[in-house]
Design a protein around this ligand. Sequence first.
Ligand code: B12
Length: 254
Amino acid sequence: MSTHTENVEELIGIVRESLKDKGFEIYPFKVGWYNALTSQAHQLPYESDSLAAVILSTPSMFEKAFVPFLQSRACDGMRDPIDECISHTVSSSISMCCPNQSVDVMYDFELLPSRRPKFLAQTAAHVAGAAFYYRASDVHNPPWGNKKMFGVCIHPRLGGWFAIRALLIFKDVLMGEEFQPRDPPDCVSRQEERIELLERFNFHWRDWSYRDIIPVEERYSLQQKEYFITPPAQRGALLRQWGFMTESDTDKQS
Ligand code: B12
């Protein structure tokens, strides 16, 4: 089945509206745009024209989705609470908005049996036009010799204050030629700034300064920062201290 761009805008628009209230953004793209950049080992096993969409969490996800999720006591305490909240929110939104579509959903934390991630979140965010993926190869004459430098995506309004959470594949929606890629805004265009960005992300990521490489509209709240600064094994105790979970909920976490 081939779907026209207007219908896709409509389809993505419905999901976008439902996720917006929870602090998420969604950006559509074509599987072929992603597969054209990635190596064989990272290809998405779908038709090139299939519609895909990447979902980002913005700073308000914590207050709009995570806190209500904990309060609703839907959290089973078996998995990472953020991962659980995100899969709960995304899957409910998809089943509510696209009941007649066959949609595969993959999360950033999921691995294939080969131990590779199910999808490369940063490449997806770049090809969808959501956030430019700055890699070492975007710097002329990089000063780091042979050192492996991890790349980082920067969002035009949120800088580094977001995460790339999920990928949707609408298996039956095949896009025509009229659906064209949109370049992500190149908001760190100067070479010295790109060097600074990659150094902050690789050598000082714990101070979070890479997130402020450009002026931003929103940042994580103090409570959200405290949560993410806390090592994962101690987050259950923190949630209990905040009154969100009981002893028995957190005992279930490893
Ligand atoms: C494994 C992993 C790690 C590993 C290894 C990192 C790495 N990049 O390999 C470790 C544990 C070190 C790590 C650390 C961190 N990580 Co990490 N990590 C991941 C994870 C799960 C997979 C990344 C991966 O395996 N990449 C594999 C390599 C091969 O991919 P690649 O280098 O991008 O290569 C591909 C591209 O270059 C592409 N390509 C080729 N040509 C071209 C051309 C263009 C134009 C484009 C766009 C692409 C492209 O093809 C290549 C593959 O064939 C992702 C989530 C996900 N599912 O993607 C998060 C992720 C990359 N991590 C993230 C973060 C924030 C961090 C940390 C700050 C910790 C944290 N969570 O707060 C630290 C910072 C790094 C550091 N200084 O240590 C964020 C980055 C967000 C952003 N703004 O970019 C991600 C996306 C998670 C998320 N949910 O948002 N991480």
